[in-house]
Design a protein around this ligand. Structure first.
Ligand code: ADP
Ligand code: MG
Length: 602
């Protein structure tokens, strides 16, 4: 049984449902479809992007009210008369309006960190809700009634059984589009938002833009759901667009499984059905004096979230037969014939000055972590930065990679000052790095993790990704990731989860990712830490080979054996200052260095 067959079966069952089920059940399925569309947006926003929103119901309201106002108001103002009466035209206007509002709200709130973002979403959720209830032309608390049914190919969708098909077709389409998007270059950038922003920025990803994209998509899904809802009910009032519904949507996402497209459907289904059953069952058990269902419901949610923090979908998949769970082979088996190679940067001439630190000083309050540091790295050369613990190496590394800004002095990369440049801009110029504490996305495959490194070498955007029109470029990017993985010796692990690799392999993965950016300078922070002897040997061979191809490499490293046999020159730091510089054999006999290491901490 393949997942494709399961999917086909599901669609066939869906198509038959309105023909065999009683109206009441079809209505319930319609609600599930409408909710699932909103929750799908939350899967993207909260589950994948890591941004919690309580305000989605307000976007549903925006879609609903726009259409209600334009199609059912008796006397529209003259300037709006052209838009009167047509649900499809008002859908378009609703989408444009929602996009505008979402861009504004996103610009205001997405830069907020921690708890401020959810609080911000509550704030706008409440204000839009009250707006719907107080504006006279929107009917106040009694709302707007008499909405026309949607017409499709001359057919009036005036019954739940007919709306069913439109609702579920749109939902399935939205799920497909979301799935496509997630499996693309843009999608990898989005998936890096949760837990990998610093890494993604240094690979050239504009993380704020990615946040905006998912925020916008989730708002649009909600607005479209609102539009469908309005024309399904044929009337609107503010109640279903309040904060409590916003919280319900979030619950649905959490219960279903926040990081999966199918989790949206599962969560919406379970919550809607459970509510229904409890409403029927509890009065029968306990008498209908109190609203017990709310209490029992709350308890159930707590129980589920406690038992399955990742939601029910991942749990369900564990029970499913192995074939259904297989990771998608992203690349054509035999290697893609006819995939163009990605364009490469012209490497600088051997010996050309690539990186230069000039009197770099970095103070943290009274502590001088780097003091008037000078160093140079040339094309086709490996420079090691060594020193005991706390000497200031990592701080220096951050100045060189534009993660941090020197208190005084400057860093020049290929002649350009890095002052005021973001790590993203530096990546564009051809600098690529690894991290002392490995930064990768543990649940993504090794191949996808490495492909993030190639982000700047593609340019296909959100829409072509969602519509699957970027396959050629996508294959080139993945092919490049595969090539780099084979080059560093991880070719056997393409479809493993990155988090399942040994630490040493994860470090090597980071090098492959850095190489994917086609850099002319590699900055490596302790690349040999955690590697076994053989792996170190292989890494040294790889770095030598890169050097012979003209790459400039700077590495911070503890392992003296590794450094001495490999590098061209060494800069030694202690207490934030350079205490020695020279060839490995000079450094090994330098009295100041021996003193620092023997008398020092390490
Ligand atoms: P190394 O990488 O050589 O072990 P670091 O560059 O990490 O050394 O640290 C150098 C000194 O700067 C240490 O005393 C450390 O405590 C201090 N330091 C590093 N980063 C910060 C920071 N963000 N704020 C305050 N002190 C810091
Ligand atoms: Mg360090």
């Amino acid at each position: 049984m393949k997942s494709r067959h399961v999917l086909t079966g599901f669609v066939v069952l869906l198509a038959l449902a309105p023909l065999v089920l009683p109206t009441f059940q079809v209505t319930l399925l319609n609600y599930i479809g409408l909710y699932a569309l909103v929750v799908l947006g939350l899967v993207l926003l909260t589950g994948v992007g890591g941004m919690t929103s309580f305000g989605q119901a307000a976007f549903v309201g925006l879609g609903s009210y726009t259409s209600a106002y334009l199609t059912a108001t008796q006397q529209l103002p003259a300037w709006l008369e052209w838009a009167a009466g047509s649900p499809w035209l008002s859908l378009l206007i609703g989408i444009l309006l929602t996009a505008t509002v979402a861009l504004l709200l996103g610009a205001l709130t997405l830069r907020l960190s921690g708890h401020y973002l959810p609080l911000g979403t509550i704030a706008w959720g409440i204000s839009l809700y009250y707006l719907f209830g107080t504006v006279k032309t929107l009917g106040g608390h009694s709302g707007i009634s008499g909405l026309p049914p949607i017409e499709l190919f001359g057919l009036e969708l005036d019954k739940g059984e007919k709306m069913f098909y439109l609702i579920w077709a749109i939902l399935l389409l939205a799920m497909l589009v979301t799935q496509n998007l997630l499996n693309s270059r843009e999608g990898r950038a989005i998936r890096a938002l949760k837990g990998g922003q610093l890494m993604a920025e240094s690979m050239g990803v504009n993380t704020f833009r990615s946040k905006m994209v998912v925020f916008l998509i989730s708002a649009l899904f909600a607005a479209i759901s609102g539009w469908l809802y309005a024309h399904n009910q044929r009337f609107v009032n503010p109640t279903p667009f309040g904060l409590s519904m916003g919280i319900d949507y979030l619950f649905m996402a959490l219960i279903g499984g926040v990081a999966n497209v199918w989790g949206a459907l599962l969560g919406a289904g379970i919550l809607t059905m459970a509510k229904q059953w409890l409403q029927d069952l509890l009065p029968w058990l306990l008498g209908d004096a109190g609203k017990y269902e709310h209490i029992v419901f709350g308890l159930l949610i707590i129980l589920i979230m406690h038992r399955t923090p990742g939601g029910l979908w991942p749990m369900l998949m564990k029970l499913a037969p192995a074939k259904l769970r297989q990771r998608k082979q992203l690349l054509p088996e035999a290697g893609a014939v006819g995939t163009p190679d990605l364009p490469r940067r012209d490497l600088p001439e051997k010996g050309e000055l690539i990186l230069q630190a000039k009197d770099v000083t970095r103070q943290f309050g009274g502590l001088v972590a780097n003091k008037e540091m000078n160093l140079e790295v040339h094309a086709g050369e490996i420079l090691a930065l060594i020193g005991p613990n706390g000497a200031g190496k990592s701080t220096m590394f951050n100045q060189l990679s534009a993660v941090d800004t020197p208190t005084s002095g400057e860093v020049l990369f290929r002649g350009q000052s890095l002052k005021g440049k973001s790590s993203r801009e530096v990546a564009t110029l051809g600098m690529s790095r690894t991290f002392q504490h490995v930064k990768l996305l543990p649940t993504m495959t090794v191949l996808e993790n490495v492909a993030i490194g190639a982000h700047l070498r593609g340019n296909k955007g959100v829409i072509s990704s969602a519509l699957h029109l970027e396959r050629l470029e996508e294959t080139s990017l993945l092919q490049e990731a595969k090539r780099q993985l084979e080059r560093v010796g991880l070719g056997d692990y393409l479809y493993e989860e990155a988090g399942s690799l040994a630490l040493g392999q994860q470090r090597i993965l980071e090098i492959a990712r850095a190489l994917c950016a086609d850099p002319c300078l590699l900055l490596l922070d302790e690349p040999a830490a955690g590697l076994r002897h053989k792996e170190k040997q292989a890494l040294a061979d790889l770095l030598s080979k890169l050097r012979s191809e003209g790459m400039a490499i700077l590495l911070v490293e503890h392992d003296m054996d590794f450094v001495m046999g490999l590098v061209d020159r060494i800069v030694v730091m202690e207490f934030g200052e350079k205490i020695a510089e020279g060839l490995p054999e000079e450094i090994q006999t330098n009295p100041a260095v021996l003193e620092a290491y023997l008398g020092g901490a390490d």
